[in-house]
Structures are given as C-alpha cells and as structure tokens.
Design a protein. Structure first.
Lengths: 261, 255
C-alpha cells in the first residue's frame, strides 16, 4: 500500500511541482507552439527538396517532439531536486525506489503524449494532411507508447544528471540526435547503414514508422511488431535508467557528492 | 569609448566561449540541422546546392546564439548581481550592453565554420566561393546587424519574465521566414513582408550571393547595415526607457 501511495501521490506531487515551474508562460511557447514551427520548417524543407509528403514530416516531427518534455522533465526529477536542495531528503526516505521514480515518470509520459498529440492535430490541420478517422485511436496509442519509450531514455538521462552539471545541454544534444537518427525527417532507407543500425535501438524510430503506416491505412495488427519493438525499447531504457539511478545514488552517498555535479 | 567597446566585446566573447550551452547551440545544433538538410536534399528529387544549405544552417546558429544570448542578457546580469554595477557605472549602459549583444552574434560565427567544415568533411560540400571579398564583407556585416538586433531583443525581452521560453518560441519561426533553409518563394506571399524587417534575411542573401554568385551582394549588405542602424536606434530608445523606469521604481534587481 505504501509503495502504491508513493507511486501515485509522489507522482502527482512531482507532476504538480513540474507545472509549478512549467507555467503556461513556459508551457505554451515551448511545448505547444515550438513543435508546430518545427513541423512547418521540415515540411517546407521537404517540399523544397521534393523528398516526401507533408504527412511524412507532420507525423515524424510531432511524435519526435515528445522528446522535449520526456527528456527535460525526467532530468528535472534529479537535477531539479538537487537545485532545490531536496534530493538528499528524498534519498534518505525509506520509500522503495522503484515506485518513487516510476511514479515520477508517469506524468512525464502523459505530458509527452499530450504535446505530441497536440502537435499532430494542429500541425496536421495547418498543413492539411489527410488521415483516416479509423487511424486516430491507433495513432494515439502509438504516440503514447513512443512517449513512454522516450521517458525510459529520459530516466537514463536523469541518472547522468547525477554527475553532469549541464544536464539541459545533454538533453538538447540527445534531442538533436533523435531528430537525425529516428527517421523523423529522412527516410531510414536513405540513411547510411551504420546510422540505420543505431536507429533500430533508439526511441521513436519504430513508433514513427508505425504511425506513418497507420496513417496510410494499415491496421494496428499490421504494425503490432513495430509498436511492440517501441515498447520494448522503452522498457530496456527504463530498466537501464533505473539501474543507473540506483548506482549513482550509491556512488553519491559513498563519495558525498549527491548535492553537487 | 573604443577601448570600452573592444574590452567588453572580447570579455563577453571569451565568457560565452566557456559556456557549454553556447558552444552547443553555436556548433552542434547547426551541424545537426545541416546534416538533416544535407540528407533531405541529397535524397530528394530536387537536390539543392549543399553549400546553400551549409551557409543557411550556419546562419541558423548565429540567430540562435543571438536570440538566447541577447534575449536573456539583462536577466543574466541580474542573476549574476552585476546589473546595478553596470547601470551605475559612468559609462552609458548602452555602450556596455552593445558589446555583449555583438559578442552573442559573433559567437555564432563558430556555426558557419562548423557547418562548412562538417559539410566538407562528411558530405563533400565544395567550398568554392565565387566572390571571396564580398563574403569577407558580408559576414561581419551580418554579424553586426544581428548583434544590433540582439540589442533590440535584450531591451524588449526584459519586460518578459520567461525570456528563455520566448526565445524558444522565436527560434524556429525566424529560421523559417528568413529563408535560411527554405527559399522564400515556397512560403506564402505575406511571409516575405515579415522577412524584409529581419536582418537574417538580408544577411543570408548577401552571404549566398557572395559565396554562390548570381545575386547582388552589395545591396543585401547595405540593407543589412541599414536594418542594424534601425535596431540600434530602437534598442537605444527602449533601453533608455527601461533604465529610467527601473531607477524610478527601484526594480533594477527585481525579476
């Protein structure tokens, strides 16, 4: 029961704290308007290059933009606590770590999903893409799975936040690499072999591909393998991130470096 | 005055060069966007000139460093506790701030060098500049113009508590409407009207005309400098107003 409370109440408190910092003055420009312009930029580059349809860029960039809330918010769970000098208090509590950190991840997944869904709907409406109504729910599911997958990577990023001071720079770098490698803007077939190999192991690649196929008329059953792969990547990164967070906690206690990076 | 200007510019240039954040947005981010654009144009049905893309991506970096550096310039001085000192100093506040905003634009030159180097090394971008002398004039003219645009940003963003979020908002739109990676002819007609008031539009026109030929670089350089002068006048008026109100209300150190 205590772990359930830590998971839900702790997660909710973390969510409210996040939005205490992430006021509408930050949320709207950074998470609702910016993705629309990212979509428009790549739609127009795509038109100029004559590479792919508008739908290709709308879906790719909308799904990929979940990386901003997922990476930054997860990193804040560690770095933000340290900044407010509350990290030590959290880590001396007897609460089990798994519900503690996963509870904080849940609102991040929800936030990432909302940002992606908003970008997809508004970006799609502005550009004028045609997605069959039957694909809305499956695409929403794929978007949520992609947000989950990236939150797993965000947990790894959060663990690195124990030892790296410029965690926002690191998040920006990962965001940029995801933009290149996930196939959001360049078809995977046009990337060099070594880049494709990396693409297979990162969040968004399979989710974006699944969402595009759904928009083209395939069913959830047809893209089940891609969705499962995206979810599996999220689980692997989440487990690795959790393991790293625990390791960093132990090292931080041993070397008395919890409060500094 | 010249000494103050040069010392301030050099100090801020060194200071910004030590910031991982500025190195990232000046070098890595343009390289990432240039790589995506290289792949897109190489794979597309209408492959563009890779040098055209590399120069555009480089200027994206100059805009980003100006936007984030200048947009938050006064706020940073506040956080560091130096704002009261520089305002109280006998030197005009404008002369202290302009070297900072010019330094934020200058740091963006890393992005031009970075994207050209990256493009040459990994994508075989030919670095054959048609009019090297014009390019040598166009680059500093663009940097100065953007730096003065930074002054205007600094003097207006100070009214906005979440300046960094506002900077996030303006990054992509200006990349788009100034034709850095996309020809303006592809965008709706009204966008061109907006682009005329933005220095990066004329800066990239001048740089591309000098590097690739086929355009009038001198006219674009002239318009770039003219816009810079307009930004300077507007920035000076806004800054004076900010300083007067902050002194009257004793809010200089308050966010």
């Amino acid at each position: 029961m205590n772990s359930t409370r830590v998971f839900f109440i702790g997660g909710l408190a973390s969510y409210r704290a996040l939005f205490g910092w992430l006021s509408p003055w930050v949320f709207i420009p950074s998470l609702l308007v910016a993705p629309i312009f990212q979509i428009l930029l790549f739609v127009y580059i795509g038109r100029s290059a004559g590479l792919a349809s508008d739908e290709f860029y709308v879906i790719g960039n909308a799904v990929q933009y979940a990386a901003i809330p997922c990476l930054f918010a997860m990193t804040q769970t560690i770095a933000g606590e340290r900044y407010q000098q509350t990290l030590g208090y959290i880590l001396i509590t007897p609460a089990r770590r798994l519900p503690l950190f996963l509870g904080r991840a849940l609102p991040v997944v929800a936030n990432g999903f909302l940002v992606s869904a908003f970008a997809l709907v508004v970006g799609g409406a502005i550009v004028g893409i045609d997605v069959p109504a039957s694909a809305y729910a499956p695409i929403a599911l794929v978007t949520a799975v992609s947000a989950f997958s990236c939150t797993g990577l965000g947990l790894v990023n959060a663990a690195v936040g124990f030892i790296v001071r410029d965690h926002s720079v690191l998040s920006n770098i990962i965001f940029g690499l995801l933009l290149v490698f996930s196939g959001a803007n360049v078809p995977l077939a046009d990337l060099p072999g070594w880049m494709r190999a990396i693409s297979d192991g990162i969040p968004f690649t399979h989710g974006i591909e699944a969402a595009r196929r759904l928009a083209d008329g395939q069913t959830l059953v047809d893209v089940g393998g891609l969705v499962a792969a995206e979810a599996l990547i999220g689980v692997v990164y989440g487990a690795a991130g959790y393991g790293l967070v625990r390791l960093m906690e132990v090292l931080g206690r041993r070397h008395a470096t919890l409060e500094r990076a | 005055m010249v000494r103050l200007f040069y010392a301030g510019w050099l100090f801020h240039l060194k200071n910004l060069s030590n910031s991982l954040f500025f190195v990232l947005i000046s070098v890595l981010q343009p390289v990432i966007f240039a790589s995506i654009a290289f792949f897109m144009y190489e794979s597309g049905r209408r492959p563009g000139t890779l040098l055209y893309v590399a120069l555009g991506a480089g200027l994206m970096g100059i805009w980003s460093s100006t936007l984030f550096g200048s947009g938050g310039a006064i706020q940073w001085q506040r956080w560091q506790g130096t704002l009261e000192i520089v305002v109280a100093a006998p030197a005009p506040f404008l002369l202290v701030l302009v070297p900072l905003t010019l330094a934020t634009a200058t740091i963006g030159l890393y992005s031009i060098v970075g994207t050209l180097f990256w493009g040459r090394l990994f994508f075989g971008v030919p670095l054959d500049f048609v009019h090297p002398f014009q390019l040598a004039v166009a680059l500093p003219a663009t940097v100065i113009s953007l730096g003065l645009m930074g002054l205007l940003l600094a003097s207006t963003f100070v009214l906005y508590r979440q300046a960094s979020a506002f900077s996030n908002l303006l990054e992509y739109p200006v990349w788009l409407v100034t034709g850095l990676l996309v020809p303006l002819s592809l965008l709706p007609g009204w966008v061109e009207w907006i682009s005329w008031g933005l220095a990066p539009t004329w800066g990239i026109k001048a740089i591309r005309a000098a590097a690739l030929g086929g355009g009038d670089a001198w006219s674009a350089i002239g318009l770039c400098v003219l816009l810079g002068a307009v930004y300077l006048v507007l920035g000076a008026v806004f800054m004076k107003n900010f300083e007067r109100l902050a002194r009257q209300r004793a809010t200089l150190s308050l966010t």
